[in-house]
Unconditional design. Sequence first.
Length: 231
Amino acid sequence: MCSHARFSLLYGCSYLARCFHASAIPTGKTPYLDFLAPGILSQSVLFIAIFYGIAIIWERDLGVINKFLVSPTPRLALVLGKSLSAGARALPQAFIIYILAAILDVKLNFNPLALLSVIVIVVLGAACFSTFSMIIACILKTRDRVMGIGQILTMPMFFASNAIYPIAIMPGWLQVIAHINPLTYVVDGVRSTMLVGNTSIFGLGTDIGVLFVLTLVLAVICARLYPRIIQ
C-alpha cells in the first residue's frame, strides 16, 4: 500500500523527531513525533490523490470515457464518484500510518467520533486533490504531463503547509501561502482529531468546510472540462 519512500520518510522523520525532541521546533506540549504523524498521514493522502488524473487518461485510451459521456449520468456525478473513489483508496494508507504511529508510541485518539472525523477529512482531502488532478488531466491529456505536474506540486505543497512545522514559526510570506494551501487544512483537521489532547488551529468545522467547498468548486470545473479529455 505504501511505497518504500514513504516508509523511509516516516522512519527517517521519526529518527529526526527523537534527535531534535521538542527543542528545535516548538510544538507546545505535543512531542514532535506526535506532531509529525498527522503530517505524514496527510502527505500520503496527497501523494495517492495528486496523480489520480492518470486514471482517467487510461480510461480514455480504453474507450471507457466515451461510454460515460453518452450515458445519461450527469458529468458532475461522474467526477464526484471518481473523487470519492480516490478518498476510499486513501483510507488503507491512513490505516497503515495509524499502525506505524502506534508502533512509534504516538499518542493516538481512538475515540469513535475522532476516528470518524479523520475518515471524513481523509476522504475530503483525497477528493480535493484528485479532482484537481483530473482537471490537469483534462487540460494536458497525457500521462507524462500529469505525472510531471504532480511531481512539481507535491513537495512545495507539503513543505508550504503545517505538516512538519507550525505555521507560527514560518516567515510571513510563507504563512500566506500556507493559509491558501488545502493541505494545511487536511493536516490541521487530522492533527486535531488523530492525537490525544490536540486542538485545531482554524477549527474543525473550518477545516472540513474549506475542503468541502474547494472540492465542490473543483468538481464543477472538472465536470465542465471532462469532455475535453477525448478531444
